[in-house]
Design a protein around this ligand. Structure first.
Ligand code: MN
Length: 311
């Protein structure tokens, strides 16, 4: 569902005189999804060429930590190989939504660097995710850490500088030792070879962290927009695209668990309107004073964290 919406959002921002080629890194899509995708692109996306690049190397990463049970993130390590005919690419995660034209990003001069990326505002510096066995200099520890969900890549430089082999080697040596998997290997191998992009090209949306007028929104939080009916304003651009492109297609309905009232509807209502609200906090504090909350695992700290979540 994320994939379909990301693609539709890219298409919506194309000018009539622009054309684009999108490669879907297929890490095990269902036949039904592929059919829907090719029907959409052939009927409603005339200036878009869609190619499916099967990612068959998941076995290579068997020892590496999976993300939500999947080795799919590792596909981007092999980008230069999967996009053999291309010399430049914008990589997008499937939890992104493009909100304005990508032309300026596409035309960005990488100034000789292999890739362009945005600093991750939560991880910030490389010291925050390092394999224990690696000792970095102070300079390396404080070097900025980028989020790999959006990258502008010079694929020729990537090939010439053997980036893939270096990342594979790093991943092999430190399998399972990094919290953020291949993202940390990418940061290691591309350190000093990154052109820093403006935050607008990969704005990490977290609950309540929201600014309009960003070019690419990246929904890094769980649950993802397609997993729950999240009413927070930051999710609206994503929903708008989904409604415009996919609501009319029964093939996509099963992906969104709208038929599960507790999970899909009630949980976000609770999260958005109850957790952290003044009455909720007062009731919790009262119950805590009466000693009734300790045995269900709630603490003052936890309740305060809900309050900050709301802001
Ligand atoms: Mn992502």
């Amino acid at each position: 569902m994320g994939l379909l919406t990301t693609i539709a959002s890219v298409y919506e921002q194309l000018d009539a005189n622009e054309a684009a080629r999108i490669y879907v890194l297929d890490c095990g899509l269902r036949a039904q999804q592929l059919k829907h995708l090719s029907r959409l692109s052939s009927t409603r996306m005339p200036n878009l060429e869609l190619r499916v690049a099967p990612f068959k190397h998941a076995g290579t990463f068997a020892r590496n930590r999976k993300m939500s049970g999947s080795s799919a993130p590792y596909a981007r390590v092999m980008l230069a190989r999967l996009l053999a005919d291309e010399s430049r690419a914008i990589y997008l995660d499937v939890d992104t939504c493009v909100c304005s034209a990508l032309g300026p990003l596409w035309r960005t001069d990488l100034a000789g660097c292999t890739a362009g990326a945005v600093v991750d505002p939560f991880i910030k510096v490389r010291a925050n995710d390092q394999p224990h066995s690696v000792i970095l200099t102070e300079e390396e520890r404080s070097a900025p850490y980028f989020n790999s969900g959006v990258m502008l890549i010079d694929l020729d430089a990537w090939r010439a500088r053997n980036v893939e082999a270096k990342i594979l080697e790093h991943l092999d040596r430190h399998a399972g030792a990094m919290r953020f998997c291949d993202q940390t290997s990418l940061n290691q191998v591309l350190c000093g070879d990154i052109h820093w992009l403006d935050e607008r090209y990969n704005f990490l949306v977290r609950h309540g962290r929201w600014q309009p007028a960003m070019t690419i929104l990246h929904f890094v939080d769980n649950p993802k927009p397609w997993e729950v009916a999240n009413f927070h304003a930051c999710y609206r651009p994503w929903y708008r695209v989904w409604v415009r492109w996919h609501l009319g297609h029964a093939a996509t309905w099963w992906v969104v668990p709208w038929w599960n009232p507790l999970h899909f509807w009630l949980r976000p209502i609770f999260r958005n309107y109850v957790l952290g609200s003044k009455p909720f906090v007062s009731v919790c504090q009262l119950l805590m004073r009466l000693g009734l909350l300790r045995w269900i695992g709630l603490s003052e700290q936890k309740i305060t964290s809900y309050t900050s979540l709301r802001r």
